[in-house]
Design a protein around this ligand. Structure first.
Ligand code: PTJ
Length: 255
């Protein structure tokens, strides 16, 4: 579908179209389109830009990732459709492994998503041959690779369902979520919940990764002082402030 670039919601419509095309190509599941709608609704409320608390969380995520012994980025259908190149670039900067992990898992879909990632520049993509199960999960999300998510100390899980976030935290891993819904179970249970839009969040984390590689002391300090509940509270306050400002309406000019 041709979207006129003059449309006031051009970016949003292009993103939607991209997801629909990825659904037609068997990369995104229909449930992924629903998940996107939920994300977009929260993005409206948050003002469709990175908030100050999200930026702080993105820097903390970068600090955990650069200091990790075995970091892994988990990729599902929506992430592959929206941010394959950004994920590959971030993985190279850390450096981290990439593993395809799906809720609605089928082997052909895993293969297609791995192909998207390779086309985006990934040399090695895990997840095709899982050899372990994440304890406490009955869904196919439990299937993981020992060389990847199963053995990782830090896992980045964008657009996740809360179950696996909780299960990975129970395994003792540092879990970094990217979820526009600050009330989701992922946001509440992740070690570092990033309440921001995926395509804004991943490049921001990448920028901080490069910055912290040059300043390892700063990375150590951030990890030591990271305050997850304080940061999440700041996200709720930001949302509250946004809604209160909107409720007050446009400011009257003083004479
Ligand atoms: O590809 P699969 O089979 O692994 O399935 C992927 C989906 C997304 C269907 C699966 O993980 C799922 O059902 O996720 P949930 O439980 O709907 O959670 C997705 C979360 O991501 C929701 O809380 C949305 O608000 C949020 N979200 C959606 N789009 C974005 C987003 N957050 C950040 N950026 C987005 N673009």
């Amino acid at each position: 579908m041709k979207i006129p670039s003059s449309h006031p919601r051009y970016r949003s419509l292009v993103t939607r179209e991209r997801l629909v095309q990825a659904w037609k190509a068997g990369i995104v599941v229909p449930e992924g389109l629903i998940a996107h709608g939920r994300g977009e609704a929260f993005d409206y409320l948050l003002g469709e830009e990175t908030s100050a608390p999200a930026l702080v969380a993105e820097k903390a995520a970068a600090a955990f990732l650069v200091r990790a012994a075995s970091p892994v980025i988990s990729v599902n259908g929506n992430v592959a459709a929206l941010a394959a190149k950004e994920v590959v670039r971030l993985a190279a900067a850390i450096p981290a492994k990439i593993e395809v992990n799906l809720f609605h898992r089928t082997q052909p879909r895993v293969r297609r998503i791995a192909q998207v990632l390779r086309k985006a520049g990934a040399n090695r993509v895990l997840g095709l041959r899982p050899d372990a199960r994440i304890p406490g999960l009955d869904s196919k999300r439990a299937l993981a690779q020992r060389a990847g998510i199963y053995g990782a100390d830090v896992v980045l899980v964008p657009l996740e369902d809360g179950d696996r976030t909780e299960a990975l935290v129970r395994m003792g891993k540092v879990v970094i979520g990217v979820d526009l819904n600050p009330l989701s179970r992922t946001s509440r249970h992740a070690t570092v919940p990033i309440v921001d839009e995926l395509t804004r969040a991943i490049p921001n984390v990448g920028k901080f990764v490069r910055e912290l590689h040059r300043n390892p002391k700063e990375g150590a300090r951030i990890v030591r002082t990271w305050n997850k509940s304080g940061n999440l509270r700041a996200s709720y306050s930001f949302l509250n402030w946004r809604l209160r400002t909107l409720a007050r309406g446009p400011r009257k000019r003083s004479r």
